[in-house]
Each structure stands twice: as structure tokens, then as C-alpha cells.
Design a protein around this ligand. Structure first.
Ligand SMILES: [Fe+2]
Ligand SMILES: [Fe+2]
Ligand SMILES: [Fe+2]
Length: 407
């Protein structure tokens, strides 16, 4: 069993790694908006608020760095576009139905917010306070000056930007409480267990099968960061599944591989879109940055309880059996079967997709490449053979985007 809220809390890091200004933004906004909700004493479903706060900025993964700066500088077009992108991503998932609505209005001024969505209003205020806070506070000693900046900002924006009851509650119950500011500064060490008991959040315990949609959601978040990888994690998932079936894996054996397939490229979220989508040759520095991505995947996933196997399967997806891969240069016996499966699945999907520096390869070229890689002991020969027993898989992989477009 997994608690979906716990997983969401850990994976909210995906949004926070896309830009230096975000740092721990999602967790900070979750903490502060819950605090505000307690202070105003309205009828608020705290789990619903928590969920929305953790993914409120997910739409920023579609934005270039300059436009992410625009969110912090409150440029109207950047505020609007990430609200809309986030909404579009979330609305396809039943679990995020209400969240999608909340996210759509999380920067809408109180006076213009016809929906009167209290959740959006809470996140709007918490978001602005957290943005000023994290831009100005690196150490405890910065807190008093930051509070003055927040105070000035709220004074300048008295006219209808925020819900006045929420502003009042902020000054009555939060502004003078040092523990809140210290917790915001140290939010990275605020464990889910502590947070959920602080605000009396209810767990949502489900089986891995029932929770798989949440990993597929984050797969889609990762895909959406570059226009070249729109269906990538879905394709990797499909090839991995085929190999798991061929190997006669049980559901329990296949699940960690499926999750790793969805999340393997999570670390690519640290690479700005302008680098990922750059046409032509990358500079050495840009290349270096891209090669870091499996390590970031490893770092983020390591924070999730009982994810040890998944961490290895996901973060070894660029390792080769002959030791020539990255980031660690692991070889043969050091690379477990689950990781070998994800690696092959990733290669198949990548070959068949366009990249900024080349067109998609044909099925024939893909097969030749796979055979060569197996021949030179980079990929597992047996797994490549299993794949070749299913000649239709290549067409099916190519067709994934067409299927989606017709839904
Ligand atoms: Fe936002
Ligand atoms: Fe935000
Ligand atoms: Fe990768």
C-alpha cells in the first residue's frame, strides 16, 4: 500500500527543480496555505488544498527560463499561461479534477475571481508570500527584513488582489509567529509525517496498481518539458511491459519497472527547455548538464520510502553492460535486470522519436542499432532477442501519439 499524498509530497520536487527560484516552492506553499486555512477557519478540505498547493505551478514546466522569471515578476502573460498549462495537464486525471480548477485561478485577483474559489485565493496569497520569502531569505538572519518586504508588498496590494479575510488572518495568526518563518526556511526537512499530523491530513492508502496513475501523471509532466518527448515515458512503459510479460514477471515484479519507466527522465526537468530543444550542437557545458539527469532522478526518488529498487532501475537507464554508460559506468553484474529492461525500452522509444539534432529513425534502423548495441555488449542480448520476437512492437510504439490524438 502507498499513501498517495505522501507520494505527491515527495514528487512535488519535480516542479521545484525546474528553476532556481522555485527551490522548495511547492512545499512552502503547501505549508503556508494550510496554515492560512487553519487561521481563517472556513470550511476547507485540507487534503484538497494540500494536493493543489503541491502541484499549483506544474504548468511552469512548459515555460522557458525567461518566462519562469516572469511568474516571479508577476508578468500577466506568464501568470496566465502557466495557470492554463497546469490546468490542461491536471484535468485529465480524476484525482486532480478539483485541483485543475483551483490551479486555473491561482493568480487571479480576488476582485476578478468570479468562481470565488477559496482554494485558489489561499494559494494565491501563500504563493506571493512564499515567493518574496524565498527570494530574500537564505538564512535565519534574513527573516526580519524579509518580513518587512512582505508587509510592504501586502500594503501595496490592498486593493482587491487578495481576499481581505485571508490577509487579516495572516496578520493575526502568522505574521508574528517565528516558528512559521523558520519552518518555511527549513521546509526541506519538514517530513510528510510531521506535516500531516500538524494539519490533520488524512492518508489515502491504495495499492500500487491503483496508484499507478499518479506515476503516469508525473511521466506526463516530464514528457511535457520538451516538445520532442511528448509521449516518451508512455512508450518506455509499453516496451518495458512487453519485456516483463515475455519474462513471465508477476504483477509485483513488474510494478517497480513500470514506475521506473514513467519516472526515469525526471532529472531532465533541471535542464531548461531552451537547452533540451536546442537545434544543432550543444556546448560542452550544456551536454554536461544533460548528462546529470539520471543523478537528479536518483536524488529525488531516493526520498521516497521503499523505492530502493525503483531508484536503481530509473537512474541506471543510461548505463551499458560494458561499462561505457553514465553516470556511474556500472557494468554487467552491477546492473540488475529491471534496469536493463528500462534501458532497452528507453533506447527503443528514443530511436523512434525525433530529436532536435536528428529525425526519428526508421524501424529498420532502430533494429540494426539495437542488434549492434547487443553485439558490442552494451545492451542485454537476451532482452533484445525477446523484443525481436514481437515485431509489431515497433509500429505500436510509433502509433502511440496517433492513438492519443484520436481520444
Ligand atoms: Fe503560479
Ligand atoms: Fe507558485
Ligand atoms: Fe534519460
Amino acid at each position: 500500500m502507498i499513501d498517495l499524498y505522501h507520494i505527491l509530497y515527495s514528487l512535488s520536487k519535480s516542479v521545484d527543480i525546474i528553476h532556481k527560484n522555485f527551490e522548495n516552492h511547492s512545499k512552502q506553499v503547501a505549508y503556508l496555505s494550510l496554515y492560512l486555512a487553519e487561521a481563517i477557519n472556513y470550511n476547507i478540505d485540507k487534503n484538497e488544498l494540500f494536493k493543489a498547493a503541491l502541484v499549483h505551478d506544474v504548468g511552469a514546466i512548459f515555460l522557458r527560463s525567461a518566462n519562469i522569471n516572469g511568474i516571479f515578476e508577476e508578468k500577466p502573460e506568464d501568470l496566465k499561461s502557466h495557470e492554463q498549462f497546469g490546468h490542461n495537464l491536471l484535468k485529465n486525471f480524476e484525482f486532480f479534477k478539483k485541483t485543475a480548477e483551483i490551479v486555473l485561478y491561482h493568480h487571479t485577483d480576488f476582485k476578478n475571481n468570479n468562481t470565488n474559489n477559496l482554494y485558489s485565493q489561499l494559494i494565491n496569497l501563500a504563493d506571493r508570500i512564499c515567493a518574496i520569502f524565498s527570494l530574500n531569505t537564505k538564512k535565519v538572519v534574513d527573516i526580519p527584513n524579509t518580513k518587512i518586504k512582505i508587509n510592504n508588498y501586502l500594503k501595496d496590494n490592498r486593493d482587491g488582489k487578495f481576499n481581505p479575510h485571508m490577509i487579516e488572518a495572516f496578520y493575526d495568526s502568522i505574521y508574528g509567529k517565528n516558528e512559521v518563518w523558520i519552518n518555511l526556511l527549513d521546509v526541506v526537512n519538514l517530513k510528510y509525517k510531521k506535516l500531516s499530523s500538524l494539519f490533520d491530513l488524512k492518508p489515502l492508502n491504495v495499492s500500487l496498481d491503483e496508484g499507478m496513475f499518479l506515476f503516469s501523471f508525473f511521466g506526463e509532466v516530464i514528457n511535457s518539458h520538451s516538445s520532442f518527448t511528448l509521449y516518451h515515458s508512455e512508450r518506455v512503459f509499453k516496451v518495458s511491459n512487453l519485456l516483463c510479460n515475455e519474462l513471465g514477471f508477476s504483477n509485483e515484479e513488474a510494478q517497480p519497472i513500470q514506475i521506473a519507466s514513467y519516472l526515469h527522465d525526471l532529472g531532465k526537468l533541471v535542464v531548461p527547455i531552451e537547452v533540451l530543444d536546442k537545434r544543432g550542437y550543444l556546448s560542452n557545458e550544456e551536454h554536461d548538464l544533460i548528462k546529470i539527469h539520471p543523478l537528479i532522478t536518483e536524488k529525488v526518488l531516493s526520498e521516497i520510502e521503499n523505492f530502493q529498487d525503483i531508484v536503481v532501475y530509473a537512474s541506471y537507464h543510461h548505463e551499458f553492460l560494458d561499462g561505457s554508460g553514465y553516470p556511474y559506468g556500472k557494468r554487467d553484474y552491477e546492473i540488475p535486470l529491471g534496469a536493463r529492461i528500462v534501458t532497452i525500452a528507453d533506447m527503443v522509444a528514443s530511436f523512434l522519436e525525433h530529436r532536435p539534432y536528428r529525425y526519428a529513425l526508421s524501424i529498420e534502423e532502430t533494429k540494426t542499432n539495437l542488434q549492434n548495441l547487443a553485439h558490442y555488449n552494451k545492451l542485454d542480448k537476451d532482452l533484445v532477442n525477446y523484443l525481436f520476437k514481437n515485431p509489431y512492437i515497433f509500429e505500436e510504439i510509433i502509433q502511440i501519439d496517433q492513438q492519443r490524438m484520436t481520444i
